[in-house]
Design a binder for this molecule. Sequence first.
Ligand code: OVM
Length: 417
Amino acid sequence: MTVDTDAAAAEELIAGHIPAAAHPELPDWDVDPYDEDLLRDPFAYYAALRDKGPVVRLSRYGALAVGRFEQTREVFSDHARFLSSRGVGLDDFKLSKPWRPPSIILEVDPPEHTRARRVMAKAMSPLVARALAADFRASADALVEAALGQGRIEAVTEFAEAFPTEVFPRAVGMTDPDRRKLIDYGAMVFNSIGPDNALRRRAGGLLPEIAPWIAASCSRERLTPGGMGDAVYSAADAGEITHEEAGLLVRSFLSAGVDTTVTGIGNALWCFAQNPDQWAALKADPSLVRPAIEEALRLTSPVHTFCRTAGQDTEIAGIPVREGTKILCVLGAANTDPEKWEDPMAFRVDRRPVGHLAFGVGIHGCVGQTVARAELEAVLSALLARVDRIEPDGEAVWRPNNAMRALDRLPLRLVPR
Ligand code: OVM
């Protein structure tokens, strides 16, 4: 990260951005939300963050944080006041050079955002997701059969990672998929959203090895006709975006489409292993599969934190916020706010948690959410058809990541129906 010396000279930066101003009614907290132990078990931090107030100043990062549902939703919904173009991590892209050319859909504001968003929304429309469903289900069925054959599985590697790294590259139309590189690139992208800590440095260390492969994988020659990647290049042919932009949007598939669904699937399996009564409830009423997916997403919030940057002097809950201030939007905390959700820590497949923030909200709300849901539905439906019980077969271990709440190991025993 190279720091713009003029901007840095104007004011001492903290963690790559202008520090948030203090205010008598703004609680100061010296917690490190990126501490690895906290990331493995964040629920006490989520509760304390909500309890301290509607906005909290994280003194060691000079950033604000919101964890109540109301304010998290407010910041995420208002793209005019709270920008994405200055980065959705702690680094202010206005003050320093990002580690890669910014995403033209994630790290951008309107009007530039609108064109890219339209192209990606079309490439991953509900129609496209529906067309992929049969392929997803066939792969899920095969994975479930293999898992039942073994009886015991390490569900992170053998299931959660195995499924999206098989079906998603096929949906994109990748001719040379590489499971390990896709997983490592996802870890890099999501860890980069945090501070310059050991997690980010460790993940970033693989960049020299992976960046050339990612760049090559985004080129048109490597994408088969009819896939989602080809659809993006067709939009370039039609003049909606440039061909260079098409390559960057294919990079967004590879950045945001793998680690997220890997985590969603692992976390959903963890929810059922922890709550056998809820697996029984789903078996009794398979029409709850869609609500069950939303509930697993709400409770475990695979993307736990994304930031925004105040683009102007403003306020949140009456607290003044100056231009350039970074705001951590703690989605995992908002999704377990007892002011919004009854008995929020309970996993209930019949809750129907409408309005949860696991996919974000507003113009930057997850553009791949229909494909993500289709993947989760394929996996849960395949399990429902063949599996009577999902039981822990050892301790679940979480894998700390600056932006993801993901498992590292999930030993399970699957009992056939
Ligand atoms: C992108 C991107 C990267 C990470 C996450 C994301 C959740 C998008 O490169 O566009 O959305």
